[in-house]
Design a protein around this ligand. Structure first.
Ligand SMILES: Cc1cc2nc3c(=O)[nH]c(=O)nc-3n(C[C@H](O)[C@H](O)[C@H](O)COP(=O)(O)OP(=O)(O)OC[C@H]3O[C@@H](n4cnc5c(N)ncnc54)[C@H](O)[C@@H]3O)c2cc1C
Ligand code: SF4
Length: 444
């Protein structure tokens, strides 16, 4: 190995293969049978359980934990999948610390919730690893539905529609299904090709055809889909990226954090992936944390997250902030980039302190420089390529009820649609609910 964390510039193989393997292993290793029984035993099986209310897909958590406790994890998995067909991925990626586990009565009483996420993974893995798909299709209805995008929203919608007996065609722009599960989620949250395996498992319901490499816009129009199908669901996520609006944004070494993570998720060899010696990540959400942590795990010497407001305002949870800090990521709060420095390639970021006055933010005039040879922008994604016929709200496709858009026969859900947090589990809930509404309207 010729490179190290101290090699100047942007370079691959800063760490040896064994160190990379260790760094990118499962963040929360699975529970074994005994550990799962012990964890399940901590549940009080609350009446009116607050954890159910806190789950965007309303999984009956006390029921599935009781099923684990009584030695029937396959039944527990079915309880989970009834509400959330991507329960396996959600068990890995849900920010449970701000959802079900935050609401758990044992969190309030003892500061240690029941490990709902890990128990969910135990149950869903058990059933999926056995190769079982516990659903069959209703008799064919003869109705055809087009789904645009094979992310969590599109997949959840397609599965529920297929269960009701409709024929579904998913049009997916990329070569693989899964959406951000496949291309965006941090490597160490979904190891071992789980995202792809989950798509294959979900497709076992039958009645779903996936056409990859086909995009709404260049290859298909909304009109043609409305003509050719009885209903259309749009689950196309957010493909655009906000601009930094700082001088020097086009310098070599400035990259979109989502693209950086996509390369990381798709590489067959982490040692081939180049990373800066000094990396600055701009932003305060999950993407910023993931890009920063993974840069550090690839062997960057220093990684700094630059966030324009204070720690309390950061969209990333305290848990995620702590995860990043524990991996050696440094935070600079109340500071914004004003210039990307360098001559061709990046050499640093000029930063100005900020002051918040209510909702507005102003620079204080005081600046300082942070050395950098790679700058990752994680400042939010935007909707791109939505058909013009659709009304928008707040930069997303406007929806009412269970995902009805302004155009008859067209539904939308997940990140591309207005309302709801941009989370995997929310996208699943919205895809599922839109499917139920589509089904009701088709069978009317
Ligand atoms: C880096 C990153 C990390 C994240 N980490 C987490 C996490 O740990 N936990 C969590 O809960 N959430 C996380 N999220 C958020 C979560 O991934 C999203 O909320 C979720 O994937 C949204 O699902 P979706 O189906 O709406 O969109 P997407 O997952 O974006 O899927 C949309 C699909 O549509 C396809 N598509 C787009 N345009 C077209 C078109 N014109 N024609 C055909 N197909 C098209 C895309 O290729 C994609 O496959 C993260 C997001 C990012 C960016
Ligand atoms: S709130 Fe906690 S203890 Fe109560 S049912 Fe949910 S997981 Fe169990």
């Amino acid at each position: 190995m010729t490179n190290s964390p101290f090699t100047p510039g942007i370079a691959p193989a800063r760490l040896d293969p064994a160190a990379l393997d260790a760094n990118f292993s499962d963040l929360h290793p699975p529970l074994d049978d005994h550990e799962a029984l012990v964890a399940a035993d901590r549940c009080y099986f609350c009446h009116d359980a607050p954890c159910i209310t806190a789950c965007p897909t309303s999984i009956d958590i006390p029921l599935f934990i009781r099923q684990i406790a009584t030695g029937t994890p396959e039944a527990a998995a079915k309880t989970i999948f009834d509400q959330n067909i991507l329960g396996g991925m959600c068990a890995r990626v849900c920010p449970t610390e701000t959802l079900c586990e935050e609401a758990c009565v044992r969190e309030a009483a003892e500061g240690k919730p029941v490990e709902i996420g890990r128990l969910q993974r135990y149950a869903t893995d058990t059933l999926m690893e056995a190769g079982l798909h516990p659903y069959t299709r209703a008799p064919a209805t003869g109705k055809k539905v087009a789904v645009v995008g094979a992310g969590p929203a599109g997949l959840a919608c397609a599965h529920r529609l297929a269960m009701h007996g409709h024929d579904v065609t998913i049009f997916e722009a990329k070569p693989k299904g899964g959406g951000l599960n496949e291309y965006g989620i941090a490597y160490y949250k979904t190891v071992g090709g789980f995202a792809g395996a989950e798509v294959d498992w979900l497709m076992k319901i039958g009645g779903i055809t996936m056409e990859t490499g086909k995009a709404l816009g260049p290859d298909l129009t909304l009109e043609s889909l409305r003509d050719g199908f009885d209903a259309v669901f749009l689950g196309m996520g957010l493909q655009g990226v906000n601009a930094l609006r700082a001088n020097g944004e086009t310098r070599e070494g400035v990259e979109d954090a989502v693209e950086f993570i996509e390369d990381l998720r798709q590489t067959g060899d982490l040692g081939l992936l180049p990373v800066g010696r000094n990396v600055v990540v701009i932003g305060g959400g999950m993407t910023a944390i993931d890009a920063a942590v993974q840069s550090k795990l690839l062997g960057a010497e220093t990684v700094t997250i630059l966030y324009r407001r204070g720690r309390d305002a950061m969209p990333a949870s305290t848990y995620e902030q702590d995860l990043a800090a524990s991996r050696g990521v440094r935070f600079v709060f109340n500071a914004m980039p004003v210039e990307i420095l360098g001559n061709g390639a990046v050499t640093g970021v000029r930063v100005e302190y900020t002051r918040s006055e209510g909702k507005s933010l102003t620079g204080t005039g005081e600046t300082f420089d942070i050395p950098a040879d790679q700058v990752l922008k994680a400042i939010g994604q935007t909707l791109e390529g939505a058909p013009e016929a659709l009304q928008l709200a707040g930069g997303k496709i406007a929806v009412t009820g269970a995902g009805r858009t302004s155009v008859a026969g067209v539904w939308a859900g997940g990140d591309c649609a207005s309302g709801g947090e941009d989370l995997t589990v929310t996208a699943v809930a919205e895809g599922r609910d839109a499917a139920e509404d589509i089904h009701a309207s088709l069978m009317d």
